[in-house]
Design a protein around this ligand. Structure first.
Ligand code: AOF
Ligand code: ZN
Length: 368
């Protein structure tokens, strides 16, 4: 069904408002709302803080005139349950909204179509699925987490146009330019956690913090089967002030002690057939700990294992207009790889964004 240019325009505005909550609302959804009467915006709002008022109520509270008879554009189906806040459907009915335009349907079993039904039962016109794909994509972590209770995982890497993530000496700073790096930090703010393999800790001694003004640092996770992260690593030394989780198969309390003393959490996870952290089991454990989304930032061994374990949902490839060459120079996904092209991990057609001189390609994993 095609939607009017006006409906699309206001929903686009609601989407950009929704994104303002990034980093502050998980594991709840990013939601934006715009209230329009006679072709004029009379109120706007978004979900700004976990546990705080929903987007709809913020937009109603910000109205510069009565919303009676107006249209509200909301990126997610309004809720109809008593949670941390009362139902938004009540507020929309009480305040006399005439029309509700919705982006995504809410998979939350407490809502799941009931929000729309209640509004219609009260004589309110409801239009659904406006910019649905964009609205769904914005909340992919919420949708995945509420259905599966495991984190939504984004595999991210930066490579040259010949597919290298480092030179033959292992040097990898910097491949992309400033604008692409800013986007990486926006994602560190947006997603709840960041995960790397122990090889990346040994090679780069990274901090994995978010370096944009007002950004919040992600929970840092190291996948470290045999617990070989050096206690002197910057991740460990800063674990007193930044949440840091070491996921390991090592169950020896004596070996846990120095990390625990430094403030790290240790998550012991069963080993897979190769003796490495069982990544599917790790995702269950992280989901149970409330982690709804993870950026997986390297290296190539962990990336391959994660793809094989079927835990990756989205791939972000940053591509810089450079060539490193070198048969031994590292590539983003290593492991043994597939034997035949037909065995490839299949991705959706990428969304392409130009970031300065670099490109960002983003695809969803279709089959792995
Ligand atoms: C939000 N923000 O703007 C909207 C949400 O626990 P509560 O009361 O905050 O309710 C959370 C649920 O409300 C959430 O899972 C989703 O189904 C629905 N809509 N949630 O956090 C919002 N509109
Ligand atoms: Zn609500």
């Amino acid at each position: 069904m095609s939607h009017s240019a006006e409906d699309l325009e206001y929903m686009r505005r609601a989407l950009s408002l929704a994104a303002r909550g990034a980093g502050h609302v998980s594991p709840n959804p990013l939601v934006g709302a715009v209230i329009v009467r006679d072709g004029r915006v009379i109120g706007e709002g978004w979900h700004a803080m976990f546990g705080g008022p929903h987007a709809e109520r913020n937009a109603l509270a910000n109205c510069t005139e009565s919303p009676r008879g107006a249209t509200i554009y909301v990126t997610l189906e309004p809720c109809c349950h008593h949670g941390k806040t009362p139902p938004c459907t009540d507020a929309l009915i009480e305040q006399g909204l005439a029309r509700v335009v919705v982006g995504s349907s809410d998979p939350n079993p407490l809502v799941a179509g009931k929000g729309v039904r209640i509004l219609r039962e009260h004589g309110i016109e409801v239009v659904e699925n406006v910019l649905k794909d964009e609205c769904d994509r914005l909340n992919a972590p919420f949708f995945h987490y509420i259905r599966n209770k495991t984190p939504f995982v984004v595999l991210k890497y930066a490579m040259t146009m010949d597919g290298k993530i480092a030179t033959r000496t292992g040097a990898s700073q910097w491949i992309t330019g400033e604008i692409a790096r800013e986007q990486v930090h926006r994602d560190r703010n947006r997603y709840t956690a960041i995960m790397v393999g122990v090889g990346t800790v040994l090679a780069d001694d990274p901090m994995l913090t978010c370096r944009i003004p007002g950004g919040r640092d992600p929970i840092r996770i190291v996948c470290d089967s045999r617990l070989s992260t050096p206690p002197s690593a910057r991740l460990v030394e800063s674990a007193g002030s930044l949440t840091t989780i070491l996921a390991t198969c090592c169950t020896d309390p004596d070996r846990h002690a120095p990390y625990l003393a430094a403030g790290c959490e240790i998550l012991t996870v069963p080993a897979d057939a190769d003796g490495h952290v069982d990544l599917a089991a790790l995702m269950q454990a992280l989901g149970a700990r409330g982690i709804d989304s993870i950026v997986l930032e390297g290296g190539g061994t962990l990336a391959w294992a994660a793809l094989r374990a079927g835990i990756v949902h989205r791939v972000q490839a940053y591509i810089a207009p450079k060539l490193f060459g070198g048969a031994q120079a590292k590539t983003p996904v290593q492991g043994v790889g597939v034997a035949y092209p037909d065995d490839a991990v299949r991705l959706s057609a990428p969304r392409v964004t130009q970031l300065g001189d670099d490109l960002l390609l983003e695809s969803e994993v279709i089959a792995c």
